[in-house]
Each structure stands twice: as C-alpha cells, then as structure tokens.
Design a binder for this molecule. Structure first.
Ligand SMILES: [Zn+2]
Ligand SMILES: [Zn+2]
Length: 340
C-alpha cells in the first residue's frame, strides 16, 4: 500500500509509492565504461591551465604544487564589488546584484572524482570550504552562504573537472527562512533541537542509517523526497558548518567520501548534487538549528505533479535504499558491485 510520510524537519509530505516501487538496483543507469583523462588541454581547471581562470582567491598548499584552488566564477551569478542596496517601489522589491560566487577546484587531476580521492584530500577540500566560509560569514553584507557541488549533466554542470561552488547572498531565501522557523518553533515547544532528537531516534532504529562514525551519521530520511537522498549529520550539536573542529573535518572527509563512493560504485556514478545546509550568518551558535550535508542523486525527474503540488513521489523505500547502500563496499578501487 502506498504511504504518505511527513518530513519531520520541513513538514513537507511525500508519497512513498510502494505500488510503483522499484528495487534500488532498477534505478541504475548502465553506461558504457568511460575512461576520464587526468589532463584535458581545453579544461580551465586542469594543472598548467591556471591562466585560464580569473585570479585565484586561495590555494592550498600555499607554496609548491597546488592541491585545491579557489577562483571567482567566470560566469558569476552575482558581483562581489558592490554595496547591497535595497529599493522598494510599490509592489516591487529589488537589491542590486551583490554577492560572492566562488569555484573550488578540488584537485589538479581532471579524473579524480571526490568518490575516488583519498580521505586526506577530501579533508583538504573541506578545510578550504571552512576557510572561505569563515571569511565570508564575517562580511556584514552577507546574510547566507551555500556551499554546493553539481556532478554530471543532470545535476546542472557541463564542466567535468571535479569542482564545487560557494554562493554568498545578501538575503536569506524564503525556503531557508521557513526551515528555521520550523526548527525554532520546535525548540520553543519542546526545549530541544529537532535534529538532535531525530538523529538519536535514527541511531536507535538503525533501519535508515547508511553508516556512522565517531562524529557523524549518514542516513536516509524517513520521508525522503527522492531515491537515495542521503543526509550526513554531525552527532555534536552545531548550528553552523563554521563550528566544525579539526578532528570532525577529518571524520567528515571519511564519511562524505565513503557515501559518495557507495553511490559511485552502487549506482554506477550517478549525477548528483550535494549541499551544506548551515545556519545563516545571523544565527551562528543557535540551539535550535543543526547543520548537515544533503546529497541528492539525480535518478528521477521532477515533473508536473511535483511542480504543481510541492509534493514529491518517491519510488524507493528509504529503508531499502539504506540497506542497499550499507552493503556497497566503498573502498577506493573496489569496482562496481555490492557485497553480501
Ligand atoms: Zn580539467
Ligand atoms: Zn542539534
């Protein structure tokens, strides 16, 4: 029987369509095995092509061969050298296009997808995220920061070279504001963080947990809107990604790399997005919000019902997705397939 489930965090309803249910492996798109070159002459992010990007904001290590670079996006959605000015004219509100749009080039090697990196290299990327996050969250013009990654054409990227992006905006979106209001209302009523409550329950129940480490837990949400949408939560209560400790970064690198590798090997390198959902700059340190990483494989398409109703139909049981991912070996170089 189909079941409607409500997302505890957002209050959004999802139809878990067991009548149309697919086994997780039915969503795998078998593709011809392609070999990706380590260097592509026309790629602006490849080693040796540094002059093809705008002047870099940051590189690590600072001297010698770089491992991670940050550059302004050449096709930035927003301009960083402005003072945000709000105007209200009758029903129309505008702010001039201030914002920061960085590209984080994760590796000099064109073929080194994050799923295939060493944990230490992923930790380097995360430390660069944090450096930029810390610098920008102290800028009084910035209200909210989003760090995200688009992998593959269906996820919205045409550049194959492993990279992620950061966009800082002078406003907080309606969607983010709504989630904060739910979290604040829950805290007011029950006196605890709704995320901490959910993490504790999921760890007890275990059925939707993909993996857990000393500091993080990766799980499928009870009311997951799309197949294999996986969240990674810090076990320690933290509102902002900027609060992460050095030991937690190392542990997150392992968890993130392993979840991405499970998707890579189990679902044959699906297109995906990931995003770090963290407190807006004005809410650093609050007790009611808890940052997390959301990984969304792009296995199905958003269609008319989703656009019209704001309600998603998920054809894979979150419990089945978690069980499938738990079984996929995620060591680099293991190859496609699951163990049993
Ligand atoms: Zn490249
Ligand atoms: Zn919490």
């Amino acid at each position: 029987m189909p079941e409607l489930r409500q997302n505890f965090l957002t209050k959004e309803w999802v139809i878990i369509a067991t009548e149309r249910a697919k086994r997780p492996e039915d969503l795998v798109t078998h593709r011809p095995i392609k070999t990706v070159a380590s260097f592509v002459e026309t790629c602006p992010f490849c080693l040796g092509n540094e002059s093809k990007t705008p002047p870099e904001v940051l590189r690590t290590p600072a001297n010698g061969n770089w491992q991670v670079r940050v550059v302004p996006n050449r096709f930035a959605a927003l301009a960083r050298d402005l003072e945000p000015t709000r105007t209200i004219h009758r029903s129309r509100r505008t702010i001039n296009g201030f914002g920061v749009h960085d590209v984080i080039i994760e590796t000099p090697d064109h073929s080194q997808f994050m799923a295939l990196m060493s944990d230490n290299h992923v930790a380097d990327v995360l430390r660069v995220y944090k450096t930029r996050y810390d610098a920008l969250s102290h800028d009084a013009r910035i209200a909210h920061l989003t760090i995200f990654k688009n992998h593959g054409r269906d996820a919205g990227t045409s550049l194959e070279h492993p990279h992620s992006q950061l966009i800082a905006t002078p406003v907080i979106s309606h969607q983010v504001r709504g989630r904060f209001q739910h979290a604040l209302a829950h805290y007011d009523e029950y006196g605890e963080c709704m995320f901490c409550q959910m993490i504790e329950e999921e760890l007890q129940e275990e059925t939707r947990v993909v993996m857990s480490t000393e500091h993080f837990v990766a799980l499928e949400l009870f009311a997951s809107a799309t197949p294999f949408c996986t969240h990674i939560y810090p076990r320690r209560h933290m509102a902002s990604f900027g609060d992460i400790s050095a030991a937690e970064i190392q542990d997150l690198a392992r968890t993130l790399r392993e979840v991405l590798a499970k998707l890579y090997y189990g679902l044959e390198d699906p297109d995906f997005n990931f995003t770090i959902r963290s407190a807006p700059a004005e809410c650093v340190g609050v007790r009611y919000f808890h940052w997390y990483v959301s990984i969304i494989p792009r296995l199905t398409r958003v269609a008319g019902f989703e656009l019209g109703s704001g309600m998603f139909i998920n054809t894979v049981l979150p419990e089945a997705a978690a069980e499938f991912l738990r079984k996929v070996k995620a060591e680099a170089g293991v190859g496609v397939g699951s163990s049993q």
